[in-house]
Design a binder for this molecule. Structure first.
Ligand SMILES: *[C@@H]1O[C@H](CO)[C@@H](O)[C@H](O)[C@H]1NC(C)=O
Ligand SMILES: *[C@@H]1O[C@H](CO)[C@@H](O)[C@H](O)[C@H]1NC(C)=O
Ligand SMILES: *[C@@H]1O[C@H](CO)[C@@H](O)[C@H](O)[C@H]1NC(C)=O
Ligand SMILES: *[C@@H]1O[C@H](CO)[C@@H](O)[C@H](O)[C@H]1NC(C)=O
Ligand SMILES: *[C@@H]1O[C@H](CO)[C@@H](O)[C@H](O)[C@H]1NC(C)=O
Ligand SMILES: *[C@@H]1O[C@H](CO)[C@@H](O)[C@H](O)[C@H]1NC(C)=O
Ligand SMILES: *[C@@H]1O[C@H](CO)[C@@H](O)[C@H](O)[C@H]1NC(C)=O
Ligand SMILES: *[C@@H]1O[C@H](CO)[C@@H](O)[C@H](O)[C@H]1NC(C)=O
Length: 626
C-alpha cells in the first residue's frame, strides 16, 4: 500500500466511525477530571468534594509526570478532525489546545520559579482563610476529611523545601524583596492550636452540629487539635528553612534576566500572560508611548482647570482637598450604587445585546485589599455577582476615581463580561477553569487575564463613549487608573529586561500617582516576584481596541458596536489569539452568520458622537504599532 492509500483508508475510517464532537466532549471531561484529581484544593473550591481529604503533590517528580499526561491528552486532541467540529466546538478545541500546549511548552522552564512555591503573595501562609471556608462542615465525614487533609500538609512542606533547595542549587532564586514580608506573615499564624484559624471548624460549627454525638465531638476536637499542632510546627519549620536556607541565596539583582537563561524565561512569561507574541522591547515602548499619550490627555484637563503643576502634584492637591472625600463608608457605598444602578445601567442597551441581566450587589470588602474587586455569582442568578468596595479609609479615597472603578468592577466591566461567560454554553474545563498558581508561570495552565482584565480596562475607555464620566474630575480619575496600567508596561519590562533598579521603578510610578512610597514599593515588589503579570491589563485593552478598529474599517457604516461586543463576549473567556480568530471569522463571513435576529445590520441607530470619534482616532493612531 502506498502512503496515499493509507491516508485514504484512514480518512474513510475516520469519517465512517469517528464522531469528532463526541470525542472532543469526552476529552474535555477526562481533562477536567484529571485536573480535579491532580489539584484537590481546586476541586474543593469548585464544589467538587470527593478529594476533600487530599492536597496536591509537590514532589519534583510530578513535573515530568504531569507534562507527560498533557502530551497524552494533546495527542488525543490532534487526532480529532477540526473540520468536523461546529463553531462552538472549535473554540473549545482551540482553548484546550492552548491550555495543553502552554503547559507542555512551560515544562522547559520548570527549573525557574516553579521551584519556589513561597513568596509574599503566595504560599501556605496566604490561603488558610479561603481553604477552610471552602470546605463543607456538616457530617462526621466532613470533619474526618478535614483532619486527614490537615495531616498531609507537613509532607507538602517537606516537598516545598526540596524544591527550594533545588532552586538554590541552580542559582534560580527570588530576590529577597519577594520574601522580606514572609517571616511576619508566618509568625502571625503561630498561636495556640485551639485558637488557630485552622481550628475554627472544631469550635462553633461543631458545637452547633446536632447529628454528631457529644463523645464523637470531643474525639474530633482532640484529633483536630493534634493535627493543627503538627501543622503549625511544620509551618514554623518551613519559615525557619526559608530564613536560614533560602534567603541567604536569593539572587542579587531584582531582574529575572540576571539569571542564567532569564532573558528567554521572561519572554516566555510574557507569552504566557498575554497569549500573543511580543518582545519585552515592544511592550516597553508601547508603555512609554501610552504614558506620554495619557499625560497629554491629563494635561488638557489640567490646563482647562488652570492647574500649573505636574500630574503628581495635581493628584496630591486632590488628596489634600476635603471636597473630594466622603465622610463615611455608607456614603461611599451609596454613591457606588447610584453610579452603577442609576447612571450606568440605563445606558447598557445602547451598547450591548442579549444582556444576561444577572443580579449584582455592591458590598463592603470584609478585609483590607485593593480599591475594589469582583466575585462572580451563579449562572441561574441565585447568587449575585458582588462588587466588593474597599471603604476602610473614606478619608483617603477621593471620589474622582469611583466612576472608573464602578465601570471596571461592575458594568460593563467584570460583572457584565463574566455574566456572559458563566451563562455561555461551555464545558467544565472552561466554566470552572483551573489556572495555576502564579509562581509556576510559565509552567502552568493559563488564566487569560489579558482578556478578562483587558476587557475591564477597555470598558473604562468605553465609558467615555457611553458618556458615563460626568465631569472632568471623573475623567481625570479614569486617566489615573489608565496611566497606572501603562506605567506597569514600562516598569515590569524595565526591571526584568532592562536592568532597572528598584528605586528607579518606584520613582517612575510615583511620578504619575498620588500613592504613598510604601504602597508603590509593595506594587513594585509584586512585579519583581511575578515577572510579566502586570502587563496583561493594558496589552489586553489595546488588543481589543485594535480588533475593534479593524472591524470598524472593514465594515464601515455597517459596523454596529453591539454586534462587535457580542462577538467579543458571547463565546466566554478566551485567550487573545482565539479572540482574534473569532473576530476575523466574524468579519470574513459577515453578514452570513450575523447579524443575530435582534441586531440591526446598519449602525443607523447608533452614532458615535463627534468629540468621541476624534478621541478614538487619537487613541488608535497612537496604538497602530500593535
Ligand atoms: C455524535 O455523538 C453525539 C453525542 O453522542 C450524537 O448526538 C451525534 O448524533 C453523533 N453524530 C454522529 C454523526 O454519529
Ligand atoms: C518524590 O517521589 C520520589 C519517587 O517518586 C521519591 O523517591 C522521593 O523521595 C519523593 N520526594 C519527596 C520530597 O517526597
Ligand atoms: C551558582 O553560583 C555560584 C556562585 O555564584 C557558582 O559557583 C555555581 O557554579 C553556580 N551554580 C550553577 C548551577 O550555575
Ligand atoms: C485553648 O486551650 C487552653 C488550654 O490548653 C485554654 O486555656 C484556652 O482557654 C483555650 N482557648 C480556647 C479559645 O478554647
Ligand atoms: C514625571 O511626569 C511628568 C509629567 O507630569 C513628565 O513630564 C516627566 O518627564 C516625568 N519624569 C520622569 C522622571 O519620568
Ligand atoms: C498637600 O499637603 C501636604 C501636607 O499635608 C503638603 O506637604 C503638600 O505640599 C500639599 N500638596 C499640595 C499639592 O497641595
Ligand atoms: C465629588 O466630586 C465632585 C467633582 O466631580 C465634587 O463636586 C463633589 O462635591 C465631590 N464630593 C463628594 C463628597 O461627593
Ligand atoms: C544588564 O546588565 C548586565 C550585567 O550587568 C549586562 O550584561 C547587560 O547587557 C545589561 N542589559 C541591558 C539591557 O542593559
Amino acid at each position: 500500500m502506498d502512503i496515499g492509500t493509507v491516508l485514504c483508508l484512514f480518512a474513510l475510517v475516520a469519517s465512517c466511525c469517528g464522531n469528532a464532537s463526541r470525542d472532543l466532549a469526552k476529552l474535555h471531561t477526562d481533562f477536567f477530571d484529571w485536573q480535579m484529581a491532580d489539584s484537590p484544593m481546586s476541586a474543593t473550591y469548585r464544589d467538587i468534594h470527593k478529594y476533600n481529604d487530599k492536597i496536591q503533590s509537590s514532589n519534583i517528580s510530578m513535573f515530568d509526570i504531569r507534562k507527560d499526561q498533557m502530551v497524552t491528552f494533546h495527542n488525543r486532541l490532534v487526532a480529532i478532525p477540526q473540520t468536523e467540529l461546529s463553531k462552538s466546538d472549535l473554540v473549545n478545541y482551540k482553548i484546550l489546545d492552548d491550555m495543553l500546549t502552554t503547559y507542555i511548552r512551560g515544562w522547559e522552564w520548570r527549573h525557574f520559579q516553579s521551584l519556589s512555591p513561597v513568596n509574599f503573595l503566595e504560599g501556605p501562609q496566604s490561603y488558610i482563610d479561603s481553604m477552610v471556608q471552602s470546605l463543607p462542615f456538616f457530617t462526621l465525614g466532613d470533619f474526618e476529611n478535614y483532619i486527614v487533609r490537615l495531616q498531609k500538609f507537613p509532607q507538602q512542606y517537606e516537598e516545598f523545601k526540596e524544591l527550594m533547595l533545588e532552586a538554590v542549587r541552580l542559582n534560580r532564586t527570588y530576590h529577597s524583596h519577594s520574601l522580606s514580608r514572609v517571616k511576619g506573615q508566618f509568625e502571625k499564624l503561630q498561636v495556640a492550636a485551639n485558637e488557630s484559624q485552622f481550628f475554627w471548624p472544631f469550635t462553633g460549627t461543631l458545637d452547633n452540629n446536632t447529628d454528631i454525638s457529644l463523645q464523637k465531638k470531643n474525639d474530633l476536637r482532640v484529633r483536630g487539635a493534634e493535627a493543627v499542632t503538627g501543622l503549625l510546627q511544620a509551618l514554623a519549620d518551613l519559615s525557619l528553612f526559608i530564613e536560614q536556607e533560602y534567603i541567604p541565596h536569593t539572587r542579587p539583582d531584582i531582574g529575572i534576566s540576571s539569571l542564567d537563561g532569564g532573558g528567554d524565561f521572561y519572554e516566555a512569561c510574557i507569552r504566557w500572560y498575554l497569549s500573543v507574541d511580543m518582545t519585552a522591547r515592544e511592550v516597553h515602548d508601547i508603555g512609554l508611548r501610552e504614558v506620554d499619550r495619557i499625560v497629554g490627555n491629563m494635561q488638557k484637563i489640567m490646563t482647562k482647570q488652570e492647574f500649573a503643576g505636574t500630574v503628581r502634584e495635581y493628584f496630591q492637591a486632590i488628596m489634600n482637598n476635603t471636597d473630594f472625600f466622603f465622610d463615611t463608608a455608607e456614603d461611599i457605598l451609596a454613591e457606588f450604587r447610584h453610579q452603577i444602578f442609576d447612571v450606568i445601567e440605563p445606558t447598557l442597551e445602547d451598547f450591548f445585546v442579549n444582556l444576561p441581566g444577572l443580579p449584582l450587589e455592591v458590598r463592603e470588602m470584609p478585609n483590607d485589599g485593593p480599591g475594589g474587586s469582583y466575585s462572580t455569582g451563579s449562572a441561574d442568578g441565585s447568587r449575585p455577582g458582588i462588587f466588593w468596595a474597599n471603604v476602610l479609609r473614606p478619608h483617603e479615597s477621593p471620589n474622582l476615581t469611583m466612576m472608573a472603578l464602578s465601570i471596571h468592577e461592575a458594568n460593563p466591566g467584570h460583572h457584565l463580561q463574566l455574566s456572559y461567560s458563566i451563562t455561555s454554553d461551555t464545558p467544565n474545563f472552561r466554566q470552572k477553569m483551573v489556572s495555576s498558581a502564579l509562581y509556576k508561570v510559565p509552567f502552568g495552565f493559563p488564566r487569560y487575564t489579558s482578556y478578562v482584565e483587558g476587557w475591564a480596562l477597555y470598558t473604562e475607555y468605553l465609558g467615555e463613549e457611553m458618556k458615563l464620566y460626568r465631569n472632568d474630575y471623573e475623567l481625570m480619575g479614569r486617566y489615573s487608573s489608565e496611566i497606572f496600567r501603562a506605567c506597569r508596561l514600562v516598569v515590569d519590562t524595565g526591571i526584568h529586561a532592562f536592568n532597572w533598579t528598584r528605586d528607579q521603578a518606584i520613582d517612575y510610578m510615583l511620578n504619575y500617582t498620588a500613592e504613598s512610597y510604601d504602597s508603590i514599593a509593595v506594587e513594585i515588589d509584586r512585579y519583581i516576584t511575578w515577572p510579566g503579570q502586570a502587563l496583561s491589563y493594558k496589552i489586553g485593552e489595546i488588543k481589543i481596541l485594535e480588533l475593534r478598529r479593524k472591524a470598524e474599517q472593514k465594515l464601515g457604516t455597517k459596523f454596529d458596536i453591539r454586534e462587535f461586543h457580542s462577538v467579543v463576549l458571547e463565546s466566554g473567556t478566551v485567550p487573545l489569539n482565539v479572540l482574534e480568530d473569532l473576530i476575523n471569522d466574524w468579519l470574513d463571513t459577515y453578514p452570513v452568520t450575523t447579524p443575530r435576529p435582534e441586531t440591526p445590520i446598519c449602525g443607523a441607530s447608533y452614532n458615535v458622537p463627534m468629540y468621541i470619534s476624534s478621541l478614538i482616532s487619537l487613541y488608535l493612531s497612537v496604538c497602530m504599532y500593535i
